[in-house]
Design a protein around this ligand. Structure first.
Ligand SMILES: Cc1ncc(C[n+]2csc(CCOP(=O)(O)OP(=O)(O)O)c2C)c(N)n1
Ligand code: SF4
Length: 255
């Protein structure tokens, strides 16, 4: 190429991401979620004020890639601890949680429901990989009907284990919720939508309106006993059929 270099940068490293080598397996999408959150934090210019509160599981380790102050809590307790931090800082901190489906939908369900119902000014990033990744692929609240896991070897049977929980819709039904969406990161279009959703959820907190909740559909190849590419396609087919992407609530006033 002669003269000026005409190459154009179309994708840069977010300021908010650090170079931590994430302890994730090949084909795990947790790191992509972390990147998306980092980009949203950069876009909003809130890195200095942001505080992450994490539960227990692989999603929690992912928070190590986000260059903000973070605190680990007991399994499922992130929304309660986040409430304390937010209230102690009189709203100056932008507080978010990272939680998995086991962490948020099982042991921590009461915590998150009540935090959302109170209309806490918090943002939750929910990693839905249809099971317990960190502990070896057991059935979780969002495991889909018929899905084989280590604790449902014949497939999840609703007659025995109930139906998969649709967390984003459930959060939207609570009055304290200002924003709730389910997003995918399986292609660039959906990724752009996910970044927008995370920003919208943070904005509700920044504008002191109410709770913001974003559910990401993720993968867990070893937990699902699938190769990375098989896991990715299974997520696109089976999970996206069960869990429709969309915005379920977006209000500027809690009434
Ligand atoms: C009180 C308590 N019970 C059980 C555990 C064991 N445990 C660790 S991580 C985890 C579940 C992780 O699944 P999920 O929240 O979906 O996160 P992922 O690893 O899939 O990101 C469990 C049950 C624990 N650490 N503490
Ligand atoms: S066990 Fe599953 S959720 Fe955990 S890092 Fe590996 S792929 Fe990701």
């Amino acid at each position: 190429m002669s003269g000026e270099d005409e190459r154009k940068l179309i994708c840069d490293t977010p300021d908010c991401i650090n170079n931590t080598l994430l302890p994730t397996c090949p084909g795990c999408l947790h790191g992509v979620v972390a990147r998306c959150v980092c980009e949203a934090i950069d876009d909003l210019g809130i890195q200095e004020n942001a505080i992450g509160v994490v539960g227990v599981g692989c999603h929690a380790m992912t928070a190590g890639a986000v260059e903000v102050d973070t605190i680990s809590t007991a399994h499922g307790r992130a929304p309660g601890v986040a409430t304390g931090i937010k209230r102690a800082y009189y709203g100056e901190a932008i507080v978010f949680t990272f939680q998995g489906d086991g962490d948020l939908g099982a042991i921590g369900l009461g915590d998150v429901l009540n935090a959302v119902n109170r209309g806490e000014k918090l943002t939750t990033i929910f990693f839905n990989n249809a099971g317990y990744g960190n502990t070896g692929g057991q059935m979780g609240p969002t495991t889909i009907e018929g899905q084989v896991t280590t604790t449902s070897p014949y497939g999840r049977d609703p007659a025995q284990s109930g139906f998969p929980l649709h967390m984003a819709e459930m959060m939207a039904s609570l009055r304290g919720c200002a924003y709730s969406a389910r997003v995918g990161i399986n292609n660039l279009k959906n990724y752009a939508g996910a970044r927008k959703a995370v920003k919208a959820a943070f904005q509700k907190q920044m504008d002191n309106i109410g709770y913001g909740f974003v559910e990401f559909l993720c993968t867990c190849p070893p937990g699902w006993k699938k190769k990375p590419d098989e896991a990715f396609h299974w997520m696109e087919k089976a999970m996206m059929e069960e869990y429709q992407l969309g915005e379920f609530k977006n209000v500027d006033e809690i009434t």
